[in-house]
Design a protein around this ligand. Structure first.
Ligand SMILES: Cc1cc2nc3c(=O)[nH]c(=O)nc-3n(C[C@H](O)[C@H](O)[C@H](O)COP(=O)(O)OP(=O)(O)OC[C@H]3O[C@@H](n4cnc5c(N)ncnc54)[C@H](O)[C@@H]3O)c2cc1C
Length: 267
């Protein structure tokens, strides 16, 4: 079933990415990490993660221009109408946070489905055993999404921002290098941690390999996977990943469940 949504506001995040606040007739109930299929009339639909927290009044999607649907979305303005169906898929297992240290690892746009986790942890007591950690890597300082929110994230999380390459035009006080390399310099208790990871697949694989090397149990590592998808309900088979449908069983999957299909040993 499609719901009608009007665009309440749009915030430009980077040169190719913007956050869209959508207004629906009724509040959408969802879990952190779930996604909607957004349909731009006359163009088509695309799976897009929900970047707002379930307890926030607004519904947000943070979208990078990639192809037809996302380009069409980028040409819309406040008050324009789109349609959505969802929410779909699995969410981040927030119940796993009790008595553990949360290690959030995000690369590029991978921060979008993790923002609801950060916002929830800032708002509610999840019984974490120590200060949670966020590692977020972007290509350059100009590509940092939710840039203005990081000062507030730092109130609650130990934040490690990194860029692949510093930009000579911008002052950069964070780390330079790939996110998984920054992980080597982060202090956390591996056996007591739970890791939530989203980003380019190579970055996720290397991060998993490093976490396993540090002693984080495979069943305490969760990844948000991305595959082309159509139906969103595990019917069409477009997004099959081993025995799993990314749209229905994922996008958030436990590493120990998928280790036979995502080989981190080849790295
Ligand atoms: C569960 C899930 C959650 C997701 N969440 C988000 C999210 O929160 N935000 C987000 O931005 N994306 C997200 N994506 C990715 C998004 O769904 C895809 O990028 C989607 O294909 C965009 O739809 P589209 O019609 O704009 O692009 P498509 O037309 O489907 O294009 C897809 C691919 O083709 C390439 N491509 C298309 N046109 C061109 C061109 N002219 N030149 C070169 N390359 C081209 C693009 O680089 C892209 O890799 C998510 C995907 C999944 C599966």
């Amino acid at each position: 079933m499609y719901r009608k949504a009007s665009i309440r506001w749009i915030k430009k995040e980077t040169r190719d990415t913007a956050t869209y606040c959508l207004k629906l007739k009724e509040k959408l109930l969802f879990l952190p990490g779930q996604f909607n299929m957004l349909y731009v009339p006359g163009i088509g639909e695309a799976p897009l993660s929900i970047s707002s927290s379930p307890s926030a009044p607004e519904l947000l999607h943070t979208v990078r221009v990639a192809g037809d649907v996302t380009t069409a979305l980028s040409q819309l303005g406040e008050g324009d109408i789109i349609f959505l169906r969802g929410p779909f898929g699995s969410g981040w297992p927030m119940e796993e946070l009790r008595d553990r240290t949360l290690v959030v690892i995000a690369g590029g746009l991978g921060i979008a489905p993790l923002r609801p986790v950060l916002k929830e942890v800032m708002k509610k007591d999840y019984g974490l055993s120590s200060k949670p950690v966020v590692l977020y890597g972007s290509k350059s300082p100009k590509d940092i999404i939710f840039r203005d929110e990081f000062p507030r994230f730092r109130d609650v999380f130990d934040v490690y921002l990194s860029v692949d390459k510093a930009d000579p035009e911008m002052i950069w006080r964070g780390e330079t290098g790939f996110v998984p390399d920054v992980l080597d310099r982060v202090d956390f208790a591996p056996l007591k941690s739970v890791a939530f990871i989203c980003g380019p697949e190579i970055m996720m694989k290397i991060s998993v390999s490093k976490l396993l090397g540090r002693g984080v149990p495979p069943e305490k590592i969760y990844l948000s996977m991305e595959r082309n998808m159509n139906c969103g309900r595990g019917l069409c088979g477009h997004c099959m990943f081993g025995p799993f449908f990314i749209c229905k069983d994922g996008p958030v999957l436990r590493y120990s469940d998928i280790r036979d299909f995502i080989d981190v040993r080849e790295l």
